[in-house]
Structure formats: structure tokens, C-alpha cells
Design a protein around this ligand. Structure first.
Ligand SMILES: Cc1cc2nc3c(=O)[nH]c(=O)nc-3n(C[C@H](O)[C@H](O)[C@H](O)COP(=O)(O)OP(=O)(O)OC[C@H]3O[C@@H](n4cnc5c(N)ncnc54)[C@H](O)[C@@H]3O)c2cc1C
Length: 290
């Protein structure tokens, strides 16, 4: 497996993550950003921004382009990959993504507001047949019946990976424009209604049929923070941070909508700045200790 070392890893490429990245880069810290496909679908959807200082007549998409131009001008590149699991240890935070192991001294969570509209049965069956990362847990389902619900195209990669392992694999795409899937994948174009089972997963009820299953993977644009990083303190759906944007876990900072209301650009960008500067200082402190 390829191992990549960095000073600071930023998870999320919306306004908070990009603002953090600019500041860590200006502070000469090697920075990597991992983000979703589009870098803030929210910003792209904002029809007209009127409360952001200096830009009183701009669309969300225009602002999104300006942010990306700024980041590119500093030579910062964005990996379009979702991060599913973070393994923290002081000074060495590890993340595995698509065959790469990234080791960072500090990490900033800028993953936006997680609004998990769980399917009925999802929370209670999590880890009991229901999961969010097929490439992590897929091998448990070798020779078994598995389904993938893809809220984004990324679900296709997970389904294709499972197609080589599972005995039966069903894919439920919940977006337009289905891509290439392996021949043994059965595609069901129906909305999932509820996940069945008590002690362990038994199946999935869709609008049209009931699938009997041993494993079910749900691939959304984002994963709830407590799933990505067990032990992270969260209250009322917001990651708890102090004024330096530090979380309860050493070396891990958070910024933007994921830390709570108000859900606004200026707050996301401001918190990204603070988190970036705090993470950079933390990395400096670590190197002085050596
Ligand atoms: C329709 C609409 C209009 C709005 N209008 C305004 C306005 O006029 N003024 C204003 O101030 N605010 C407005 N907002 C709010 C503003 O867009 C948000 O406050 C801002 O985008 C928050 O930035 P963020 O970086 O915290 O999160 P986001 O912009 O949500 O970015 C988070 C990023 O993290 C990525 N991500 C999530 N999980 C992972 C993971 N596990 N691995 C990798 N990447 C991940 C996502 O793909 C996303 O790209 C509006 C929002 C909407 C939806």
C-alpha cells in the first residue's frame, strides 16, 4: 500500500476546508485535502449570496469558483475521495483511502452539516450487517448476499468491488446517470423503505420488493462524524470544539457547519482560518518536542 505523509490532512473541501488549507499552506505546512466530488454542493446551490463581506452580489457558484481558483493558485490539490475512517494517535493520525495510507500530524474535519436521514432500522443494525464502507468491511461478506444503496456515483465503485466477493450483489442507485457496473450486479431502481432485522440484518424493503440480505452498504456523500471517528464528542449533531477549534481528540480540529449553527459562509471560512492556524501551531509544537 502506498504511504503518504503530510503535516495536515483536511477532510472536506467546502468553504471551511479550503479556508483552512490556505492558512496551513501559507504557514508552510504540507497540506492535503480530501473532499467530495464537487467541493460544496451547498455553495453551488446558493442562488444569491448577500451577507458575505465584500461580495454583495454574487452567486454561490461564482464564489465556489473563486475559492477553488484561490486554492489552485497556491498549488494545493484536492483528492476527490471520501474518508470513511480516521485512526487517531498523538502526532500520527492515520487515514486509509482507496489503497493509500495517509499519515498526518494533525487533521481538520470540515465535513459540513451532517444531516443523516437514517433509513428506518439503519442505526440499530449498524455494525450488524449494515455498514458505510464496502472496501473496509466487504471481505466479511465473501460468498454472501449483499446490496449497496448508492446516494452518489461512488456507490458504483463499492458495488464493483463487492461483485468479486459476494455471491449475489444488488445495486440501488438513487441518482441519475448510472455508470459501468460489473455484469453480475443486479440493478434495482427503487427507493429503499426500511432495513429489516432485529439482532442482525435480514433484508431491505424497497418500494417494489423485499431483498433478503446478509450485508448492506449505504454510500452517501458523507458519513456521520461519530462513525468516521469513534470517540469524537458531539452534541446535538455538532462536533464540540474549543475556541482554537480543537476537538476532544488530540491533533484533531473541526470547522464550519459541522461544529454547529449558524450555518453560514462567513462562519465556515472564519472557523477554517482558526482551525488551520491552530493545526499549524500544533504541528510546530510537535516538531519542537522531538
Ligand atoms: C441553498 C443554500 C443557500 C445558502 N445560502 C447562503 C447564503 O446566502 N449565505 C451564507 O452565508 N450561507 C449560505 N448557505 C450556507 C453555506 O453554503 C454553508 O454554511 C457553507 O457551505 C458551509 O461550509 P462547510 O465548508 O462547513 O461545509 P460544506 O460546504 O457543506 O462542505 C463540506 C464538504 O465536505 C465534504 N465531505 C463531507 N464528508 C466527507 C468525507 N467523509 N470525506 C471527504 N469529504 C467529505 C462534502 O462533500 C463537502 O464538499 C447556503 C446553503 C444552501 C444549501
Amino acid at each position: 500500500m502506498e504511504i503518504v505523509n503530510t503535516d495536515i490532512l483536511i477532510v472536506g473541501c467546502g468553504p471551511a476546508g479550503l479556508s483552512a488549507a490556505i492558512n496551513t499552506t501559507i504557514r508552510n505546512k504540507k497540506t492535503l485535502i480530501y473532499g467530495g466530488d464537487f467541493c460544496s454542493p451547498k455553495l453551488n446551490k446558493a442562488p444569491h449570496i448577500s451577507n458575505y463581506l465584500g461580495f454583495w452580489d454574487i452567486t454561490g457558484e461564482e464564489l465556489r469558483q473563486k475559492y477553488l481558483e484561490h486554492v489552485r493558485s497556491l498549488g494545493i490539490s484536492i483528492e476527490k475521495q471520501r474518508i470513511d475512517n480516521i485512526y487517531p494517535a498523538p502526532g500520527n493520525i492515520t487515514v486509509v483511502s482507496k489503497g493509500k495510507m495517509i499519515s498526518a500530524k494533525a487533521l481538520i474535519l470540515a465535513i459540513g452539516l451532517q444531516n443523516p436521514r437514517y433509513l428506518p432500522g439503519e442505526e440499530s443494525l449498524l455494525g450488524k450487517g449494515v455498514g458505510y464502507c464496502a472496501t473496509c468491511d466487504g471481505p466479511l461478506y465473501k460468498g454472501k448476499r449483499v446490496a449497496v444503496i448508492g446516494y452518489t456515483k461512488e456507490g458504483e465503485e463499492e458495488a464493483n468491488f463487492l461483485a468479486d466477493l459476494a455471491q449475489e450483489i444488488t445495486y440501488l442507485p438513487l441518482y441519475e446517470g448510472l455508470g459501468e457496473l460489473k455484469d453480475n450486479i443486479k440493478v434495482v431502481k427503487a427507493k429503499p423503505k426500511s432495513i429489516l432485522g432485529k439482532e442482525k440484518l435480514q433484508g431491505l424493503e424497497t418500494e417494489g420488493e423485499t431483498l433478503e440480505l446478509d450485508g448492506l452498504f449505504i454510500i452517501r456523500e458523507s458519513v456521520p462524524p461519530a462513525q468516521i471517528l469513534p470517540g469524537l464528542q458531539i452534541e446535538k449533531n455538532a462536533i464540540i470544539v474549543d475556541r482554537s477549534m480543537a476537538t476532544n481528540i488530540e491533533g484533531i480540529f473541526a470547522a464550519g457547519d459541522c461544529t454547529g449553527a449558524p450555518y453560514q459562509l462567513a462562519k465556515a471560512v472564519g472557523e477554517g482560518t482558526v482551525a488551520g492556524l491552530s493545526a499549524a501551531s500544533y504541528v510546530d509544537k510537535l516538531s519542537k518536542l522531538k
